[in-house]
Write a protein that binds this ligand. Sequence first.
Ligand code: URA
Length: 232
Amino acid sequence: MAMEEKPSPSLAYVPAGATDLDDLAAAARRCQACDLYKRATQAVFGEGPTPAPMLLVGEQPGDREDLAGRPFVGPAGRLLDECLEAAEIPRDQVYVTNSVKHFKWEPRGKRRLHSKPNAVEIHACRGWLEKEIEIVRPEVIVCLGATAAQVFLGRAFRLTKSRGELLDGAPWAERILATFHPSALLRMRSGDEEEYARVRRAFTLDLAEAASVVKFRSQRSRRGRARPSASL
Ligand code: URA
């Protein structure tokens, strides 16, 4: 696992001995470990049950998330919810978060356009993610997109090569899997219909593959269960 060894600057903002996600989220709202807090409305912390068998990590909050203060509540979140449902993953048993907790954007007319976080910003924020994982104790981590994948699997990791593979998740979880970011699917939605359907199906199957090693509450173990194929 290739999270860098150097302590993340955000660890200076993590309350000593924190075991509660609400306390962590409150502390994250005061984080100034990098400059992104200056232009964002607020820090957007992860959400979900503790412990949770599955933890999904995206890149950073988008425009809607920045305003709402909650992860994955905009169009990418809605698409993610649909695919989780198609993969038969109970949304309320999944913890969702981001690699970077503040929205990074550039003005384009009246709009705020997403801008990719750089390595310094990602490293600065990593302390929050480490703490979340420690508290949530997921069995499987799903990285949504290249940014999250590279946080865990190193900068040499290539989604194009290893997407959908269930990898050893030590020391963070039993398993880790990297797949598309739902925003990438959204961008395809207005293009070639068949290609969009193919990628959406691959994304859903990746989610189902990650779920196959997890036992959700009031579900029998999914290990060895057939992958869902209908309505993907
Ligand atoms: N994209 C992300 O990576 N995270 C969000 O919360 C929303 C969009």
